[in-house]
Design a protein around this ligand. Structure first.
Ligand code: SAM
Length: 401
């Protein structure tokens, strides 16, 4: 098990880390008295060191002081955020930002309460390996001393915190589908990941050199992976309505099948900037732009294009390939007052929410309904509403004045 070395800070931190290492060496050599002494000293300098405390519990167990050992593990558990509770709280906090429909002139609510919940949720996600270690060690000790019913209960708890959970909890889409129901959220997450593995092994540089195939209904990679699909049209058209909320200066990153850009044109915006990096797509975009108004087509990756661009009233981002976080970091400084940034992501990533939190932006989530998808192997929130539709979450951020 991997446990964080330390969360503390200050002058004693380095010494605490050194003592923890020393204690761990003693523990490995079964010199339990010396190990206990070293961990106590380490904890006196940094009481928040999970590793010193966890290993103190192990050393006490080695000495045969099982009551003290179990008390240590229980103490660590008590200090950690309750994962199920924070899961419920995050779903509720996101739900509080649900809007029926973004309307022009609307002022989205600030995110102070959500920011706090996101920070606690992060702590809960990060504490999962520690909780797993504490529960499973408690189960072993209880089993060894014949308290088998308690041992079974502890083992069951440890299974809740298996090693897949931190990864799965990062995908907030499942959390929103199952507020307060961690196991169903995890089951959904596993199910959709098995159906639709990402192309995360492909770097953006590789993608940009890859030959794309274009048809009326999709753009695909040589292995058939879909870059863009026609069924996303209603989501793109609704997104265009939102980014064009004041018919001002609009930026779209990722031209794809021209769906959103064609829709943006229909809103009569002042300027329409498009950033597209793939050579073949840029060629399509050039032809498309020949009879369009106010289009500034930038043939570049967004990473190279952002410096020097003006401020925008509306920004839409959809490049498919990671990384997305560095773009999100740039967004607040790219928006005019009341400007709106929007992205659509079916399995929402915790990191995205974290990056946008604490920025003083307004935030709303609009769920856009759309119909079934032929050969549904892509859409990652596989559950439908009772009336048989899917819901696309549109994440709308607004620069508050
Ligand atoms: C999913 S498609 C966008 C679809 C578009 N929203 C539409 O309505 O048709 C993603 C696009 O982003 C482009 N892209 C990928 N990485 C990029 C980058 N770093 N900078 C600019 N464009 C990029 C891809 O070539 C592709 O055309």
């Amino acid at each position: 098990m991997e446990i964080t070395m330390s969360n503390g800070s200050g002058a004693g931190l380095e010494e605490s880390i050194r003592l923890t290492r020393e204690g761990t060496d003693y523990l490995e050599r079964e010199a339990f008295d010396e190990a206990v002494a070293a961990f106590h000293q380490a904890l006196a300098l940094n009481p928040e060191s999970d590793m010193a405390e966890f290993n103190l519990g192990a050393a006490l167990a080695g000495l045969g002081d099982l009551d003290q050992s179990m008390a240590v593990f229980r103490n660590i558990i008590d200090r950690k955020p309750d994962v199920v509770e924070t899961h419920t709280a995050l779903a509720a906090a996101l739900d509080a930002h649900r809007i029926p429909r973004f309307e022009p002139g609307m002022r989205l609510p600030a995110t102070d309460a959500l920011d706090a919940v996101i920070a606690t949720y992060r702590q809960a996600v990060d504490s999962v390996p520690v909780l797993y270690g504490c529960y499973s060690t408690l189960a072993e000790i209880l089993n060894a001393i014949g308290r088998s019913a308690e041992a079974r209960a502890m083992a069951a708890q440890s299974e809740i915190f298996n090693t897949e959970i931190p990864y799965a909890l990062q995908n907030v889409g499942a959390t929103m589908q199952h507020p307060g129901d961690l196991s169903s959220a995890l089951a959904l997450h596993r199910n959709v990941m098995a159906m639709a593995p990402d192309h995360e092994h492909m770097t953006e540089q590789d993608y940009l050199k890859t030959d794309l195939t274009f048809s009326d209904s999709e753009i695909t990679l040589p292995d058939g992976f879909e870059v863009m699909m026609e069924w996303e049209r209603p989501i793109m058209e609704r997104s265009a309505e939102i980014v064009c909320h004041n018919q001002g200066d609009v930026l779209n990153v990722g031209f794809g099948m021209a769906i959103i850009d064609t829709a943006i044109q229909q809103h009569g915006v002042t300027t329409h900037t498009i950033i597209e990096a793939h050579e073949q797509v840029v060629e399509k975009a050039r032809q498309w732009a020949e009879d369009k108004m106010g289009v500034n087509l930038v043939h570049s990756t967004w990473q190279d294009a952002l410096d020097g661009l003006p401020l925008f009233d509306g920004i839409y981002f959809d490049t498919l390939m990671p990384p997305m976080l560095p773009f999100l970091e740039r967004v607040p400084a790219m928006l005019k007052k009341d400007g709106v940034f929007l992205y659509f992501q079916s399995m929402i990533q915790l990191e995205n929410l974290e990056t946008m939190s604490g920025q003083g932006l307004g935030f709303g989530i609009e769920f856009h309904p759309f119909d079934d998808i032929p050969k549904n192997s892509y859409y990652r929130l596989t559950e439908k509403t009772p009336d048989g539709q899917y819901l696309a979450p549109l994440f709308v951020y607004q620069k508050l004045g």
